[in-house]
Design a protein around this ligand. Structure first.
Ligand code: AMP
Length: 397
């Protein structure tokens, strides 16, 4: 597979699939520009070579053409981040767009309208993909890691229409893949993964893959209660997936067979209701009474996890340790972030991904300490599951 660095874009036009699926406020202003900043290196490389850039992305989940999801809202922030004028065209295929592409001069940037205004995008429609491929670009670059796990028209199918010398991953996509591999496949031991979040069911694949890769597997958040229950602990009204109790048991015994240290919470912050103004108490993990539910890990667990994290050379974190949206139950998640920050300062390689964990790291001002913060949610999870992503496969076919 070619990389972006192998290509000289002088006098060439590159169609880049970026991930500008950014949050907007009620005035349609971008409230978090992380994804725009992440796309900057590829855009700059092409412009510096003397090429021009056509940017295409989705934004939100429009049902047809809905003004509120127009990518025109992104233009001011994009121009600010790039320090460069951006021309917007209010469609992503067809004669109007072809004309705009034909008129591009070296150094120009053109942004196309939301790909998902066409339902064909998500369906991976070949005709639609061909229409994108026929806009007049010389190269197709995929830099949208956030959607690389989808076989959509612009993320995967379009690659069929460019030969292998005329398509490549962007610098962000390349960095994401390399960073995840560095942690998952080439991580210095001890390797510790911290997996949290609401449900076991959404992360079974990740947990199973990690069972062959890590030395310590820490399971926190709502999903921990299914494991605690299968071990015979009283979990009161805590979130649980009763149909996953056998699976949890199997994972626990597999971890044992593989010699993996699987760590569950040893104490909990429990609440009498699912609310920020609930009554709370701290109990050992065996003893959540009926009428109470665990909404965070307790102080003993935080200390235990800190010790494991400080002793690790590679750390992977995805998913919160509690209902961190409520301040009262955010401490466990924040302490994990701080522990990882400290371990990273001492030289551990740390990879953090997933909206909630990344939000925690940002809130704590730890972004510079973490070795790599992934821009992917679902795509990161699929990489952690050991899957090859369609967006990446398509570039090498
Ligand atoms: P996920 O999307 O699977 O990563 O899950 C994230 C969600 O898990 C967050 O919205 C948290 O509020 C929720 N969560 C974490 N811990 C718990 C818990 N103990 N009980 C209920 N929900 C939880």
């Amino acid at each position: 597979m070619k990389t972006l660095k192998d290509i000289n874009f002088n006098n060439r036009k590159a169609l880049i699939r970026v991930d500008f699926n950014v949050p907007l406020n009620e005035k349609f202003e971008v409230t978090d520009n992380t994804r725009i900043i992440a796309a900057k290196p590829s855009i700059e490389k092409i412009l510096n070579d003397g090429g021009s850039v056509i940017l295409m992305s989705h934004l939100g989940r429009p049902k047809g053409k809905e003004e509120q999801f127009s990518l025109k809202h992104v233009v001011p922030e994009l121009e600010k981040v790039l320090g460069h004028k951006v021309t917007f065209v209010d469609d992503c295929i067809g004669e109007k767009v072809k004309k705009a592409v034909a008129g591009l001069n070296p150094g120009d940037i053109l942004l196309l309208e939301n790909l998902r205004f066409y339902p064909e995008e998500k369906k991976g429609d070949e005709k639609f993909a061909k229409a994108l491929a026929d806009l007049g670009a010389d190269y197709y670059i995929n830099d949208a890691f956030g959607t690389a796990h989808r076989a959509h028209a612009s993320t995967s199918v379009i690659a069929r229409f460019f030969d292998k010398d005329h398509k490549a991953p962007g610098l962000l996509l390349e960095k994401e893949i390399n960073s995840i591999r560095k942690a998952l496949d080439e991580g210095k031991k001890p390797v510790t993964a911290i997996i949290g979040g609401a449900k076991v069911s959404s992360k079974i694949g990740v947990i199973e893959n990690l069972l062959n890769k890590v030395d310590n597997l820490i399971i926190v958040g709502g999903m921990a209660y299914t494991f605690l229950k299968t071990l015979g602990n009283k979990i009161g009204d805590s979130i649980v997936e009763d149909d996953k109790l056998d699976l949890a048991k199997r994972i626990l015994s597999e971890a044992k067979e593989n010699g993996i240290n699987l760590i569950l919470p040893i104490d909990l912050v429990i609440a009498d209701k699912f609310s920020n103004d609930a009554q709370t108490q701290i109990v050992d993990a065996q003893n959540t009474p009926e009428g109470w539910q665990g909404l965070d890990i307790g102080p003993k667990t935080q200390k235990l996890l800190d010790k494991v994290i400080q002793d690790s050379k590679t750390i992977i974190w995805n998913g919160p340790a509690g209902v961190f949206e409520f301040d009262k139950f955010a401490t466990g998640t924040e302490q994990i972030g701080l522990s990882i920050g400290r371990a990273s300062e001492k030289g551990a390689y740390s990879l953090v991904g997933g909206g909630d964990s990344v939000a925690a790291v940002k809130k704590l001002g730890l972004t510079d300490k973490i070795s790599y913060i992934s821009t992917g949610g679902g795509a990161l999870l699929e990489m952690l599951e050991g899957k090859t992503l369609p967006g990446i496969v398509a570039l090498s076919e």
